[in-house]
Design a protein around this ligand. Structure first.
Ligand SMILES: [Cu+2]
Length: 219
């Protein structure tokens, strides 16, 4: 599904990973997040290693799902998942928010339930953890921090640390959520900067159909 997106939306990508990132960004469904200025430079500052990027939950997924999930995470330089990070729900002062279903969700996701936890501090930056059930088993989802509340355009466009910067991590907060064989996913991602008041919600999308936003949690 990732490959299909890349082929359909990004014809000029010279690096597979960049093509995937560009496809994810371009497919998010908001004019505010369709920046074309995806640059490889953003990869350099990732705090986590690509080898650590495969979410722990991928181990429980089907063979096909797990291999695809690992590929997606690795291609983005480990910036969309950090299994070694302390989950936000274990950080004092983190706020939690329950996901609500969106009217754009794909068939088969009516039972999606979950929680997003966000911890921010000037010293530790941002930690986002999402735990979800009811997803379609083996399907790969991605969560982003968005710049509008869930009630406004289903979360609107992506939150960006630098509004004029690239639509990719670390200028945005993306979290890979591969669903395991039971349809569950739990993952954490960090960013060295604390998101501010402009971060309004967390939106879950299927990687293969980013316009079909599944669920949203207000921050
Ligand atoms: Cu999004």
């Amino acid at each position: 599904m990732v490959r299909g997106l890349a082929q359909g939306r990004v014809g000029t990508g010279t690096v597979a990973g960049l093509a995937v990132v560009a496809a994810l960004v371009a497919g998010c469904g908001s004019s505010g997040s369709t920046d074309a200025n995806v640059t490889p430079a953003v990869n350099a500052s990732s705090p986590s290693s690509p080898a650590a990027a495969a979410p722990a939950s991928a181990a429980g997924a089907s063979a096909a799902g797990a291999s695809s999930a690992a590929g997606a995470s690795a291609s983005m330089g480990g910036m969309t998942s950090d299994p070694s990070a302390t989950p936000a729900n274990q950080i004092a002062g983190a706020k939690s928010s329950t996901f609500t279903l969106l009217n754009t969700r794909p068939a088969g996701t009516d039972n999606v339930r979950g929680t997003a936890w966000l911890a921010t501090s000037d010293t530790a930056g941002t930690t986002l953890t999402v735990a979800v059930t009811g997803l379609q088993p083996g399907v790969h989802y991605i969560a982003h921090i968005h710049a509008q509340p869930c009630s406004v355009s289903n979360g609107g466009g992506h939150f960006k640390f630098d509004p004029k910067g690239p639509a990719t991590p670390p200028n945005e907060v993306h979290l890979a959520l591969p669903a395991d064989a039971s349809g569950a996913s739990r993952a954490t991602v960090t960013n060295p900067r604390p998101v501010g008041a402009a971060a309004k919600s967390v939106v879950i999308h299927p990687v293969g159909a980013l316009d079909k936003r599944v669920a949203c949690a207000d921050l």
